[in-house]
Ligand binder design. Structure first.
Ligand code: NAD
Length: 491
């Protein structure tokens, strides 16, 4: 059952295995350029095998008591904690993110995801309605697992987002066919080993690796996957919806973002500034929630730019293994080229580079060939320019100023995305009014990425369909049946 250190294999029916075609995808460490591992390149026949394993395992798993499922999922959480160092190092190698970040954010959150859903299913409440007209009746809602579900996740927070789907799907009693990103797949395989050791029955969790257009498409198109939970880019989400919707599958789509950070006239910049920098550049700006569009009240712009530029220029970009590095490398040279092209286009459209815009001048020899970029601030791009309208998903922020707070809301809402927004103000009634007017699924006031796993998580507009988190996720991974019992008139 053991995972191989040099090959990332599928996990199907409780065993690691290569693709039937024996095809592989090579992957390099993006920070060093050195070859890392080969990833199994799954196809529809591998997904079909996984679907067979799910069909065998799901009924028994769905019939176990919540207490038993909870016990196993809590052991998986403990198993993740026990392997914190190995998982964090692997995540760092796969993505180029700082090891310190993987240790403090990604892996602890993966364990927290399992603990949260393992305990949530112990405290579920039901729904019932007494009907009096035209006749006395009792309605109550039962929920059953969907059956076999597909979970597809991106590379930016690999185990964090993978488990954010897998944990509720398993907790609700489903069997899962999952695919992590081909760019950062290894910790998903390590998780399979942890889950098997924790006692998760064979066939309940299956991982098929490979390209989105092949393995990912096959998971979405397989008639047995009755619900698809996807996190990734908006264009990919549209392609997935195109396949899944005509098959009447349940769909949860968590897509891209272009999140505004609004700095009101009365914002306390001393408190806000470190968080604004963090929200712009954490994980090299490669978090869907990053505040990549900063909107500053015109009376505070000069002061803001002075403080912000000083802090951003002082961020240390370098070897992800170095505890002193604030930013590591981007996920690949291809992604670096895309981000750099978007910066150049922003300049052409009228923005000014205040800091960054190029790789750091000095890099340690181990990482000299890596995909590094200094954190970049683009000042005053026009609202309709590409760097304001489209997700860059890198260490790049735009800064624009506004006159009235209503203008800030209009500018904030002026893209096709609607994932998250942050407001910095001392006036909580203004914050409340702005939050109600912002087209965003998540609004933070005087904080950023402060997460409570019970809250609904997701976006409006082209940022997605549906919500994850808390009861929303458990509802998504179950099918409700309303039972209506006529109560009659006699005792
Ligand atoms: P991506 O859309 O390229 O890939 C995401 C996953 O989908 C990968 O596993 C990929 O292999 C798979 N995939 C690709 N094409 C597919 C297809 N046709 N059918 C099925 N699966 C397919 O995204 P990415 O580059 O890995 O991640 C970055 C994007 O994810 C950004 O847009 C970011 O905003 C978004 N994201 C959103 C959230 C959120 O919660 N809203 C969180 C993290 C990342």
């Amino acid at each position: 059952m053991h995972a191989s250190p040099t090959q990332v294999q599928h996990f199907i029916g409780g065993s690691f295995c290569p693709s039937e075609s024996d095809a592989w995808i090579p992957r390099e460490n993006p920070a060093t350029g050195a070859p890392l591992r080969s990833i199994a390149r799954g196809q529809s026949e591998d997904v079909a095998r996984a679907a067979g394993a799910c069909a065998k395992a799901q009924k028994a798993w769905g019939a176990t008591s919540p207490a038993e499922r909870s016990r196993i999922l809590l052991q998986i959480a403990d198993g993740i904690d026990a392997q914190l160092d190995a998982l964090a190092m692997t995540e760092c190698e796969d993505t180029g993110k700082p090891l310190s970040l993987a240790r403090s954010l990604d892996i602890p959150r993966a364990a927290a995801n399992f603990r949260f859903f393992a305990t949530a299913i112990l405290h579920e409440t039901g729904e019932s309605y007494r009907t009096e007209v035209p006749q006395d009746a009792l309605n109550y809602v039962t929920r059953r697992p969907v059956g076999t579900v597909g979970c597809i996740s991106p590379w930016n927070l690999p185990l964090y987002l993978f488990t954010w789907k897998i944990a509720p799907a398993l907790a609700a009693g489903n069997a899962v066919i999952a695919k992590p990103s081909e760019l950062a797949p290894t910790t998903a395989s390590m998780l399979c080993e942890i889950a098997a050791r924790a006692g998760l029955p064979a066939g309940v969790l299956n991982v098929v690796h490979g390209l989105g257009s092949e393995a990912g498409h096959a998971i979405v198109a397989h008639p047995q996957t009755k619900a698809i939970s996807f996190t990734g880019g908006t264009t990919t989400g549209a392609a997935i919806a195109g396949v899944a919707a005509p098959m009447f599958k349940k769909l949860s789509l968590e897509l891209g973002g272009k999140n505004p950070t609004i700095i009101c006239a009365d914002a306390d910049l001393t408190v806000a500034m470190p968080e604004i920098v963090r929200s712009a550049f954490l994980n090299q700006g490669q978090i869907c929630l990053c505040g990549s569009r900063i909107l500053v009240h015109k009376t505070r712009l000069a002061e803001f730019m002075e403080q912000f530029t000083a802090l951003v220029s002082a961020l240390r970009v370098g070897d992800p293994l170095d505890a002193e590095s604030d930013l590591g490398s981007l996920v690949s040279m291809e992604h670096l080229a895309k981000v750099t092209a978007m910066i150049a286009r922003g300049v052409k459209d009228g923005a000014k580079i205040v800091t960054g815009g190029a790789p750091p001048a000095r890099l340690a020899s181990r990482v000299a060939k890596g995909a590094f970029l200094s954190p970049t601030v683009l000042l005053a791009p026009p609202q309709d320019s590409q760097c304001v309208q489209e997700e860059i998903f890198g260490p790049v922020v735009t800064v624009q100023s506004f006159d009235r707070h209503a203008d800030a809301v209009r500018m904030a809402n002026g893209t096709r995305y609607g994932l998250a927004a942050t407001i910095w103000t001392r006036d909580l009634s203004r914050a409340h009014r702005m939050a109600g007017a912002l087209e965003a699924g998540i609004v933070w006031v005087n904080c950023w990425m402060l997460r409570d796993l019970r809250t609904p998580f997701g976006g409006m507009k082209d940022s997605g369909v549906g919500r994850e988190g808390g009861t929303e996720a458990l509802r998504f991974f179950t099918e409700p049946t309303n039972v209506c019992i006529a109560l009659g008139a006699r005792l």
